[in-house]
Design a protein. Structure first.
Lengths: 295, 285
């Protein structure tokens, strides 16, 4: 009976066309154009005609000769590890702890999630003030603790740490909420019967919560890895142009740098392709390692 | 004896949780309190409250005098409202059709939506810019066209995620109500706008808020399309502030406060929808 209403297919076009027009014109077409662009010679953004590169794969050869590509790839891989261990790890610990308390769970959820709604640009400026050499919040704090020399948080050795800490911090709440939702879905009876059998709190976490969360954790790890590839705003606000000495570039910020600052548009397109390939490969690998399990 | 042990471990748990909560709350409070202090006081005495001699409004006077903050707010809110509105309407219609109609291309269109979510904005932005420049809407001096040039790619960027979330919700609706409306003589559009939309209002709100926030905070697209000062949206203005007034820390604290506070207020009131919306599909990073 229900199928009758939707037998008439005429309204279908009106419902679907606008949305799919947007998706095709603004996502699919540009994506394929971008592949073509990476073989061309383009020096200004708005330019319409362009010649082919000679030989056509020049940009792809350049990828292997450009030392900054290596740096940005290395940094992006570190970023992935940081997001997996830092974001998902901390979020998991916090979620397990919140799951064990009676009151205040809602409060912690609200507070932990809150950095995500704030623009990463604003957070970038905020962390610039915190990490300021002479003298931001952190150096003032260390001084009051009795440290005599100032730490330059943006100098070469420590810059990566300074860049990744805020990125990690911002998204812990996101994974926390996903994990806590997963924990709430585990039935209370399991815990109760384990308690009757004499399991300690720690044992209940280890033998019930963690195994049952496996698939949720897997989702989180995939999200963290692909999210690490998309990081742009915070690093760009805190360390524009890969300062110091181009050591803090990530693949995304380097792509922006080549396109907008160095005006090498076709090379920027090539870097974007590299980013997509990297995204597909890493999420494949993660999926293979954390294979979904059925319980 | 056993009772006692439990309360100690509970206290420990609360301690750890509170420490992390402090790391998310305190930096914001710190920047707000320092926005009321002079620059040299921020650098020497940033932990005390801005009372008595420490208190000054100079940063805010300067912020409103030198920076076109209201203009940037207007641009931001205009862009984000348009994005949210169009995304909700278009994604709602498309999801409704994808859930309720049986047709040949359905499976293909569904996987097209999911695949579109994988394209990072980095990989599409350059051709989009050239396309819009070719149409004459990007890289112009007109305010309206420039706003449009940002709004359109942001709509596209949010659509696929919104469709994925909304199809989930619409699929959960019972068919009986739509059948009743059909019996009363409603056509498909009336069913959609008078039955489906009112029933799924909370999920539409969720998607709208999500799109709004995503657009409000998206610096990357703004960097490409908003070229001149009076067209900057709020995140773009903040980003330029670092290069223009990099050492004026009081002004920076004031600007951060001005951008963050409205969002925090909105968040406190709508947090249920926001948290749900940003984790519902859980696919967009």
């Amino acid at each position: 009976m229900g199928a009758n209403i939707y037998k008439n297919k005429k309204p279908l076009t009106v419902f679907l066309l606008p949305a799919f027009l947007f998706i095709i014109v603004y996502l699919y077409y540009p994506f394929f154009m971008n592949v073509i662009n990476s073989f061309r010679k383009i020096k200004t953004l708005g330019q319409m005609q362009a010649q082919w590169n000679d030989p056509w794969y020049t940009n792809y050869v350049e990828l292997f000769h450009d030392p900054v590509v290596g740096i940005s790839l290395r940094n992006t891989l570190i970023m992935m590890v940081v997001t997996i261990i830092g974001q998902v790890g901390i979020a998991l610990i916090l979620a397990l702890l919140v799951d064990n308390i009676k009151t205040g769970a809602k409060f912690f959820r609200t507070v932990y999630f809150f950095p995500i709604v704030i623009s990463a640009t604003a957070l970038g400026l905020l962390f610039n003030l915190i990490f300021l050499y002479d003298k931001g919040m952190l150096n003032q704090f260390l001084e009051s603790m009795g440290k005599t020399s100032l730490t330059d948080w943006k100098s070469e050795g420590i810059a990566l740490f300074t860049m990744m800490l805020p990125v990690m911090w911002q998204y812990v709440g996101f994974y926390f909420v996903i994990l806590i939702t997963g924990l709430n879905n585990i039935s209370e009876e399991l815990y109760e019967s384990a308690a009757i059998d004499g399991a300690t709190r720690f044992q209940r976490v280890k033998y019930i919560s963690i195994p049952l969360l496996h698939n949720v954790i897997c989702t989180c790890v995939v999200l963290a890895v692909t999210g690490a590839l998309k990081v742009f705003d915070l690093p760009w606000t805190m360390f524009p142009n890969g300062m110091p000495l181009k050591t803090t570039f990530l693949t995304g910020t380097y792509m922006y740098y080549q396109t907008m600052i160095a005006k090498d548009v076709d090379y920027g397109s090539t870097l974007a392709i590299m980013l997509v390939v990297l995204g597909v490969v890493t999420s494949r690998i993660v999926n293979r390692i954390f294979k979904e399990k059925d319980y | 004896m056993k009772k006692k042990k439990y309360s100690i471990s509970s206290a420990l748990i609360y301690l750890v949780l509170t420490v992390w909560a402090l790391t998310t709350i305190y930096p914001i409070l710190w920047v707000v309190q320092n926005s009321f202090k002079a620059k040299d006081k921020i650098l020497s005495d940033s932990f005390s409250l801005p009372v008595g001699d420490l208190f000054t409004l100079a940063n805010y006077r300067r912020a409103f005098g030198n920076l076109n903050i209201f203009g940037a707010y207007r641009n931001s809110i205009f862009i984000s409202c348009m994005v949210a509105l169009v995304v909700v309407v278009l994604a709602g219609m498309a999801s409704f059709a994808l859930v309720r109609y049986q047709f040949r291309l359905r499976g293909f269109l569904q996987s097209m939506v999911v695949a579109a979510m994988m394209f990072p904005v980095f990989a599409t932005i350059i051709p989009v810019f050239r396309m819009e420049a070719g149409w004459g809407i990007a890289n112009t001096d007109s305010w309206g066209l420039t706003m449009l040039s940002v709004i359109l790619p942001q709509i596209a960027g949010n659509l696929s995620f919104a469709i994925v979330v909304l199809t989930g919700f619409i699929r959960g609706l019972p068919l009986e109500l739509e059948e009743a409306a059909y019996m009363e003589g409603c056509n498909a559009f009336q069913i959609f706008f008078k039955v489906v939309v009112p029933l799924t209002k909370p999920s539409f709100a969720t998607v709208a808020i999500f799109s709004f926030l995503w657009s409000y905070n998206d610096l990357f697209t703004q960097m490409f399309f908003l070229r001149t000062k009076d067209m900057w949206a709020i995140t773009r203005l903040l980003n330029e502030l670092t290069s223009m007034e990099g050492t004026n820390y009081g002004l920076m604290a004031a600007a951060v406060t001005l951008v963050v506070v409205p969002v925090v207020i909105v968040y406190i009131f709508l947090q249920k929808y926001i948290i749900k919306g940003m984790t519902a599909g859980a696919v967009k990073g």
